[in-house]
Design a protein. Structure first.
Length: 228
């Protein structure tokens, strides 16, 4: 249980956010076209979960507009804006505000999401809705950032979110893991890398040192040997 506030009045959530460094639990949510998506379908991308009570509040609407702008700054990143709003309302809001860079999703028929991520508000006037929180999941499904906004009328800490994304993108471990994922799924990358490793890495937007390149080549040899 976590104590949060609404303009100073205490409320409680069902649990706590998952810890940084843990594996993100798979979930199902509903898009505005009523199709369903799962977390596991998007592994290989960074995923930002912008979780909030409802688009019918000014803070939630402002935050969604801010995340729509953030989405344009980062490649291979999917931002899911998660609430209990009906998909029809989400679609109307995005159309009216010209929001095209994030994906609004609803938990209206998926209560397990709120339970798994500890964001269900259990009392007070917002009981049954989601708390305001931000979770960032890396390309291999690990949680690298978790923020429970303690005063629900306030916005998330955008500077901390951007710092986490920048630090993660600069991580050598992240670069080698991303290259390995590209190797596994992209025949063209494998062909290009075998012909000219440095040119292939530059072509596909990776950045790594000589030592990191050697580490990646060792990972490729290991991966190849497992399939021979």
């Amino acid at each position: 249980m976590t104590i949060i506030t609404l303009k100073g009045t205490p409320m409680h959530t069902l649990g706590t956010l998952p810890a940084v460094g843990t594996q993100a639990t798979d979930f199902t949510v509903t898009k505005v076209d009523l199709s369903e998506i799962k977390l596991k379908n998007y592994l290989g991308k960074k995923i930002i979960l912008n979780i909030f009570p409802s688009l019918d509040t000014s803070t939630c609407a402002t935050a969604m507009l801010r995340f729509n702008k953030i989405a344009t700054q980062y490649k291979n990143t999917l931002i899911l804006c998660v609430s209990a709003d009906l998909p029809f309302a989400q679609q109307r809001f995005c159309a009216a505000q010209h929001i095209e860079n994030v994906v609004p999703v609803s938990v209206f028929r998926h209560p397990k999401f709120a339970e798994s991520y500890g964001v269900l508000i259990t009392d007070g006037p917002l009981a049954g809705l989601l708390s305001r929180a931000v979770i960032i999941i890396d390309e291999i499904g690990n949680i690298i950032y978790a923020e429970q906004v303690m005063e629900i009328s306030e916005e998330p800490q955008y500077d901390n979110i951007l710092d986490t994304l920048a630090a993660h993108d600069a991580s050598p471990v992240r670069q080698t893991m991303m290259m390995l994922e590209e190797w596994k799924r992209n025949d063209a990358f494998r062909v290009a890398f075998r012909k000219n490793p440095n040119a292939a890495i530059k072509q596909y937007g990776f950045h790594c040192s000589t030592e990191e390149l050697a580490e990646f080549e060792a990972m490729v040899r290991c991966e190849t040997s497992q399939h021979e």
